[in-house]
Design a protein around this ligand. Structure first.
Ligand code: PLP
Length: 392
């Protein structure tokens, strides 16, 4: 069964391989006993192996054990779950918040809870797969507007009539690393009486001094804005949240199937998220270091004349041509001790190497990547002697 289908994937060089680390997540990882500089994680602040966070998780395990044993509505949650929700509401400036088990389960649970038949969703063309799946599950009519195209969104909003209109956008796009024009989207939603649902997965801990996209754009968390975010990226933990008005969050906790019908996260995971939030709130140095590393790497890649596809954040895609070339460059980096994965269809339309930089990378890590990218271009005669030193 599935033999032919698998062979087709293999022939198209689209078969994916699961790699297993034998070390903690971080800027250097071990795979099959060999060390790699890791440019593939979303652990933007280096929290996935942070001693303070590990201690918090250990303490929670001692107090609450490991497994949670039931869903939240059946007392699978602990006082830590509630504490995290209160902290998130505070952090986001909303009345209320609710924890989900993952970003994927949040989007596939929340979107069908807030939209249904008779409603209309307007979704950015490059929104994350979990949003796409959430829209499908909702059964609401869904219009896809061109990526970050405000005029297209305006046109679609004008032409559709519905009980409820909901605009959904990633704030930082996970494969392109660009940022949604949130101020414009906010104004359009306000004018059209539409709900704004944002996925802040790659903005939490990164934009707005770590507080996320609304802070970055100086937008007030109005009751008609629903903020979803994850603990699984910059916060180095696992799980997700929705933050919004008391009524919206109460409605979601009563109707989102992925919340109701799923076992609560273990309290040690929750404690890790609480600790990570505390670190971000009390010290902005890591966020600053993340951005300093990002700017340095993006400039160096640009100087080599690689195309970074509109990246504005620590997600830096490098356009690498067809699938074969993308795989070849990724393998070249891998053979030389750098893990930077090839991202191919169907995940994206345009193949690319997706680089993610973190606060934990050193100057030497960045310089090693640049050295290999320069060699790769030189090997193929695509680089002149001066490129990589002075341009742009
Ligand atoms: C924009 C976006 N939303 C949601 C998710 C899903 O989050 P999680 O990995 O916690 O399920 C991701 C992660 O890949 C993402 O990039």
């Amino acid at each position: 069964m599935f033999f032919e289908e698998l062979r087709e994937l293999e022939e198209g060089k689209l078969l994916r391989e699961i790699k297993s680390r034998t070390s903690p997540q971080g800027p250097k990882i071990l795979i099959n006993g060999r060390e790699y500089i890791n440019f593939s994680s979303n652990d933007y602040l280096g929290f996935a192996n942070h001693p303070y966070i590990i201690e918090a998780a250990k303490r929670a395990m001692q107090s609450f054990g490991f497994g949670s044993g039931a869903s939240r509505l059946l007392a699978g949650g602990t006082s830590l779950h509630r504490e995290l929700e209160n902290k998130i509401a505070d952090f986001k400036g909303t009345e209320s918040a609710l924890v989900f088990n993952s970003g994927y389960s949040a989007n596939t649970g929340i979107i069908p809870a807030i939209a249904g038949e008779g409603d209309v969703i307007f979704s950015d063309g490059l929104n994350h797969a979990s949003i796409i799946d959430g829209c499908r599950l909702s059964r609401a009519r869904t219009f896809i507007y061109r990526h970050r195209d405000i005029d297209d969104l305006k046109q679609l909003l004008k032409s559709a009539s519905a009980k409820r209109k909901i605009v959904i956008t990633d704030t930082v796009f996970s494969m392109d690393g660009d940022i949604a024009p949130l101020k414009d989207i906010y104004e359009i939603c306000e004018r059209n009486d539409a709900v704004l649902y944002i996925d802040d997965a790659h903005a939490a801990g990164v934009l707005g001094s770590g507080k996320g996209a609304l802070k970055h754009f100086n937008i007030k968390p109005e009751p008609w804005i629903i903020q979803m975010g994850t603990f699984s990226k910059a916060l180095g933990s696992s799980g997700a949240f929705v933050a919004g008005s008391r009524d919206v969050v109460a409605w979601i906790s009563n109707t989102a199937r992925s919340f109701i019908f799923s076992t609560a996260l273990p309290s040690c995971v929750i404690a890790a998220s609480i600790a990570a939030l505390g670190l971000i709130e009390n010290d902005s140095i890591l966020v600053k270091r993340l951005w300093a590393n990002r700017d340095k790497l993006a400039k160096s890649i640009n100087d080599l004349d690689y195309e970074i596809m509109g990246s504005e954040t620590p997600i830096i895609p490098i356009k690498t041509g067809d699938v074969e070339n993308t795989l070849r460059i990724s393998q070249y980096l891998y053979d030389n001790g750098i893990f930077a994965p090839a991202i191919r269809p169907p995940t994206v339309k345009t193949p690319r190497i997706r680089i993610t930089i973190t606060a934990a990378h050193t100057d030497e890590d960045i310089e090693r990547l640049i050295e290999l990218l320069r060699k790769e271009k030189r090997k193929r005669g695509l680089i002149h002697r001066n490129v990589g030193r002075t341009k742009r």
